[in-house]
Ligand binder design. Sequence first.
Ligand code: TRP
Length: 330
Amino acid sequence: MEKKIILSGIQPSGVPTLGNYIGALRNWKLLQSDDKFCYYCVANMHALTVRQDAQELRSRSMGMAALLIACGIDPKVSPLFIQSDVVQHAQLNWVLACNTYMGELNRMTQFKDKSAKHADNINAGLFTYPVLMAGDILLYQADLVPVGHDQKQHVELARNIAIRFNNAYGEIFKVPEPYIPKLGGRVMSLTDPEKKMSKSDANPNSYISILDDPAVITKKFKRAVTDSEGRIAYEEGRHGVNNLLSIYCAVTGMTMEDAVASFPEGSGYGLLKKTVADAVIAEIEPVQNEYKRILADRGELEAIVKRGAEQASEVAEKTIDLVYKKVGLR
Ligand code: TRP
């Protein structure tokens, strides 16, 4: 059987939140199965679209690679690499840029959001960011691209670029599809549960970083916004309680019905918060320990991403060779 090819990427910007873990990272581990071949990329070139300190970027890129392994990505099974180590990403980028319209990039909602946020640095890279991302995907002939909702538009652009290129030059690229996990998709802010949990939130109590100390996790859940109903139930409009229950289900694998029923009649939010915090800690404490262990052996980590880049570039080079010949660069 032909294996489905999966590619995903994550920027080395900040420590992922519990939301990133539940919505993305945890699924990356689960995708590694007999009928799939997965590539995982630390997108450090994408991170340059905002100003970076060189030393910080280097260390956060390695930190992200360590964290992905700690989250269960097995680099022996799935090539794990740093984007800039595979030069073909930069090579494909230019050819794709010449096959993408300004109008398409103008419609990208993330560009509009980010240029509003970084009004002092609206650089051309921020604008062409989705082209670089399309290259990440198309280089490996990916079938499926696991992403959150916010990246779906970028994957759709990658599809359109692939189709356009294929129409002009023949069947070169696999046309990829976004792959959005249904389960535990959206984790909301703990302090404003109608907003998505985000690591760029100014209030650190609004999110759980996956490297937060257990004591900090307990404290943040204790402070989480609920409501004045005082009943543990999943009900329309009760965003705070619903979010806590959803997190509980996501980390324990329980159904919502069982989760609600596991709290004795008359239990208060104190018990709910403590129970959810404990379940989250039980899930992520082993990840944290593993992360520390991997980071401690810097030489081994460097060898892993070097091997990942070699494997990735072997495949990427085949695509580049085809593309460069087709367009007349080779
Ligand atoms: N742009 C993605 C994000 O910020 C990260 C990313 C880079 C990516 N290249 C990718 C995701 C390729 C999927 C496929 O979340």
